[in-house]
Ligand binder design. Structure first.
Ligand code: AMP
Length: 187
């Protein structure tokens, strides 16, 4: 059964440090916020290790959760880039540090024996199915949360991938941004 929480930004169990981080993020100009996001992304080392999002999932650090079910967690971004800025993450990332880690079916199996190929394809298909299901859930949850947030006139979904894509946390996530007119190109 999904749990939905709609508390005001930063009001649910914030520790003094997270309150300070939220305050700081509000004092930043869009330009400085953007620059620090880029710096954070360039400083981040792509890795499969646990991230700050695991601590949020395990409730080891506070977050402002807006939606939760058995598979997915959605919470407000600590450094919002729009009036509504929510992150949607899988509770189990299954190797998906980013979208580029989605399983790619292997074409050339000619080096394998018949049985190896069958096993290989079976495992590959099972990974692909799981990864597609995770991504589908994230996108479906984004749609539910957008509705819940009243973003009826539109919104933007973003998945940053790798250093050039400005990814700073290596746990697959979808950004839901709304509440203002978006621009294009995104920059
Ligand atoms: P990305 O740059 O696409 O990897 O996005 C990571 C996002 O996580 C950034 O927008 C950060 O502001 C956000 N973030 C990092 N730590 C926290 C946190 N403790 N609570 C909420 N959002 C966070």
């Amino acid at each position: 059964m999904p749990i939905v929480r709609r508390g005001m930004r930063g009001t649910e169990n914030p520790s003094s440090s997270s309150r300070l981080q939220v305050l700081t993020s509000h004092l930043l100009t869009p330009q400085t916020a953007m620059a620090s996001e880029k710096e954070a992304a360039l400083a981040a080392v792509p890795s499969d290790s646990p991230t700050i999002f695991d601590k949020i999932i395990n409730k080891e650090i506070p977050s402002n959760v807006v939606y939760e079910d058995d598979n997915v967690l959605a919470f407000r971004d600590i450094s919002p880039q729009a009036p509504t800025h929510i992150l949607i993450i899988p509770k189990v990332k299954d190797g998906l540090t980013g979208i580029s880690k989605m399983h790619t079916p292997v074409n050339g199996t000619s080096d394998y024996t018949g049985q190896e190929t069958i096993t290989f394809c079976f495992v590959a298909r099972s990974w692909l199915r799981r990864h597609c299901e995770i991504l589908g859930r994230l996108l479906y949850t984004a749609k539910l949360v957008a509705k819940q947030e009243g973003l009826d006139d539109g919104y933007r979904l973003v998945i940053n991938d790798g250093p050039k894509g400005c990814q700073s946390v290596y746990h697959l996530h979808v950004h839901l941004l709304g509440g203002r007119q978006m621009n294009w190109p995104p920059g």
